[in-house]
Design a protein around this ligand. Structure first.
Ligand SMILES: [Mg+2]
Length: 159
Protein backbone atom coordinates (compact mmCIF):
# COMPACT_ATOMS: atom_id res chain seq x y z
CA UNK A 1 0.00 0.00 0.00
CA UNK A 2 2.70 2.48 0.96
CA UNK A 3 5.32 1.80 -1.69
CA UNK A 4 5.79 4.47 -4.37
CA UNK A 5 5.43 3.50 -8.05
CA UNK A 6 8.96 4.70 -8.71
CA UNK A 7 12.08 5.92 -6.92
CA UNK A 8 14.29 8.68 -8.32
CA UNK A 9 17.31 10.45 -6.81
CA UNK A 10 15.97 13.82 -8.08
CA UNK A 11 13.00 14.96 -10.14
CA UNK A 12 15.30 15.74 -13.07
CA UNK A 13 16.41 12.10 -13.13
CA UNK A 14 12.96 11.10 -14.38
CA UNK A 15 12.84 11.14 -18.21
CA UNK A 16 9.83 12.93 -19.66
CA UNK A 17 9.46 10.09 -22.21
CA UNK A 18 9.02 7.58 -19.41
CA UNK A 19 6.17 9.57 -17.86
CA UNK A 20 4.50 9.93 -21.25
CA UNK A 21 4.78 6.18 -21.82
CA UNK A 22 3.08 5.62 -18.44
CA UNK A 23 0.19 7.84 -19.51
CA UNK A 24 1.19 10.70 -17.20
CA UNK A 25 0.20 14.17 -18.44
CA UNK A 26 0.40 16.20 -15.26
CA UNK A 27 2.60 16.54 -12.18
CA UNK A 28 2.03 17.60 -8.60
CA UNK A 29 5.44 18.48 -7.20
CA UNK A 30 6.52 19.00 -3.61
CA UNK A 31 8.86 21.90 -2.81
CA UNK A 32 10.90 21.38 0.37
CA UNK A 33 13.67 18.85 0.00
CA UNK A 34 12.30 17.79 -3.40
CA UNK A 35 13.12 20.91 -5.41
CA UNK A 36 14.98 22.84 -2.74
CA UNK A 37 17.02 22.09 0.38
CA UNK A 38 16.15 23.95 3.58
CA UNK A 39 19.28 26.06 3.44
CA UNK A 40 19.04 26.72 -0.27
CA UNK A 41 17.37 29.84 -1.59
CA UNK A 42 17.62 29.22 -5.32
CA UNK A 43 16.28 26.43 -7.48
CA UNK A 44 18.84 24.24 -9.21
CA UNK A 45 19.28 24.94 -12.93
CA UNK A 46 18.52 21.25 -13.62
CA UNK A 47 15.08 21.54 -12.01
CA UNK A 48 14.24 24.79 -13.79
CA UNK A 49 15.25 23.23 -17.12
CA UNK A 50 13.40 19.98 -16.43
CA UNK A 51 10.16 21.84 -15.68
CA UNK A 52 10.59 24.12 -18.71
CA UNK A 53 11.11 21.13 -21.03
CA UNK A 54 8.13 19.36 -19.44
CA UNK A 55 5.98 22.41 -20.22
CA UNK A 56 7.22 22.36 -23.82
CA UNK A 57 6.16 18.73 -24.09
CA UNK A 58 2.67 19.63 -22.86
CA UNK A 59 2.84 18.49 -19.24
CA UNK A 60 0.69 20.44 -16.80
CA UNK A 61 2.47 21.08 -13.51
CA UNK A 62 1.48 22.44 -10.10
CA UNK A 63 3.26 22.66 -6.78
CA UNK A 64 1.62 21.39 -3.59
CA UNK A 65 3.48 22.17 -0.37
CA UNK A 66 2.84 21.89 3.34
CA UNK A 67 4.98 24.97 3.73
CA UNK A 68 3.11 28.23 4.33
CA UNK A 69 5.87 30.75 3.73
CA UNK A 70 5.70 33.28 0.91
CA UNK A 71 8.74 31.66 -0.69
CA UNK A 72 6.48 28.87 -1.99
CA UNK A 73 4.70 31.40 -4.20
CA UNK A 74 7.95 33.02 -5.29
CA UNK A 75 9.55 29.74 -6.31
CA UNK A 76 6.42 28.46 -8.03
CA UNK A 77 6.28 31.69 -10.03
CA UNK A 78 9.91 31.13 -11.06
CA UNK A 79 8.91 27.73 -12.43
CA UNK A 80 5.79 29.15 -14.02
CA UNK A 81 3.49 26.79 -12.12
CA UNK A 82 0.42 27.32 -9.93
CA UNK A 83 0.96 26.53 -6.28
CA UNK A 84 -1.08 25.30 -3.35
CA UNK A 85 0.78 26.04 -0.11
CA UNK A 86 -0.34 25.04 3.38
CA UNK A 87 -1.68 21.80 1.90
CA UNK A 88 -1.70 19.58 5.02
CA UNK A 89 -0.46 16.53 3.07
CA UNK A 90 -1.21 13.61 3.31
CA UNK A 91 -4.77 14.93 3.66
CA UNK A 92 -6.39 15.09 0.22
CA UNK A 93 -7.52 18.75 0.12
CA UNK A 94 -4.40 20.15 -1.54
CA UNK A 95 -4.23 17.27 -3.99
CA UNK A 96 -7.91 17.69 -4.89
CA UNK A 97 -7.43 21.38 -5.57
CA UNK A 98 -4.37 20.58 -7.65
CA UNK A 99 -6.25 17.95 -9.65
CA UNK A 100 -9.04 20.41 -10.40
CA UNK A 101 -6.44 22.91 -11.58
CA UNK A 102 -4.71 20.30 -13.80
CA UNK A 103 -8.03 19.16 -15.32
CA UNK A 104 -6.72 15.60 -15.67
CA UNK A 105 -7.82 12.18 -14.51
CA UNK A 106 -6.34 10.61 -11.38
CA UNK A 107 -4.02 8.20 -13.17
CA UNK A 108 -2.78 10.88 -15.55
CA UNK A 109 -1.19 12.69 -12.61
CA UNK A 110 2.11 11.84 -10.92
CA UNK A 111 2.86 13.10 -7.41
CA UNK A 112 6.56 13.75 -6.85
CA UNK A 113 8.02 14.26 -3.39
CA UNK A 114 10.67 13.27 -0.88
CA UNK A 115 8.41 11.99 1.92
CA UNK A 116 6.63 8.67 2.12
CA UNK A 117 4.07 9.78 4.72
CA UNK A 118 3.03 13.04 3.10
CA UNK A 119 3.71 12.99 -0.66
CA UNK A 120 3.47 9.29 -1.47
CA UNK A 121 0.74 8.38 1.00
CA UNK A 122 -1.36 11.42 0.04
CA UNK A 123 -0.83 10.75 -3.66
CA UNK A 124 -1.85 7.15 -3.26
CA UNK A 125 -4.96 8.03 -1.24
CA UNK A 126 -6.00 10.19 -4.21
CA UNK A 127 -5.21 7.45 -6.74
CA UNK A 128 -2.23 9.11 -8.42
CA UNK A 129 1.02 7.65 -9.72
CA UNK A 130 3.72 8.36 -7.11
CA UNK A 131 7.45 9.05 -7.35
CA UNK A 132 9.60 9.18 -4.21
CA UNK A 133 12.76 11.28 -4.52
CA UNK A 134 15.74 11.36 -2.22
CA UNK A 135 15.64 14.31 0.21
CA UNK A 136 18.06 17.04 -0.89
CA UNK A 137 19.12 17.78 2.70
CA UNK A 138 18.86 15.48 5.64
CA UNK A 139 18.57 18.16 8.31
CA UNK A 140 14.79 18.31 8.80
CA UNK A 141 12.22 19.58 11.22
CA UNK A 142 11.79 17.28 14.24
CA UNK A 143 8.45 15.97 13.02
CA UNK A 144 9.94 15.08 9.64
CA UNK A 145 12.86 13.31 11.32
CA UNK A 146 10.33 11.28 13.30
CA UNK A 147 8.64 10.11 10.08
CA UNK A 148 11.97 9.47 8.36
CA UNK A 149 12.64 6.76 10.94
CA UNK A 150 9.49 4.89 9.88
CA UNK A 151 10.25 5.54 6.23
CA UNK A 152 13.55 3.72 6.59
CA UNK A 153 11.77 0.80 8.23
CA UNK A 154 9.14 0.62 5.49
CA UNK A 155 11.58 0.96 2.64
CA UNK A 156 14.28 -1.35 3.96
CA UNK A 157 15.69 -3.31 1.02
CA UNK A 158 13.30 -1.78 -1.51
CA UNK A 159 15.36 1.08 -2.98
MG1 LIG B 1 9.28 17.65 1.01
Amino acid sequence: MLGPDRFAPRLHDVPHEELEAAGIRGLIIDLDNTLLGFRETELAREHIDWVARAHERGFRIVMVSNNFSTRVNTLAAQLNVACFPNALKPLPFGFLRAKRCLKLRRREIAVVGDQLFTDVLGGKICGHYTILTEPIELKDFAITRFFRFFERLMLRGKR
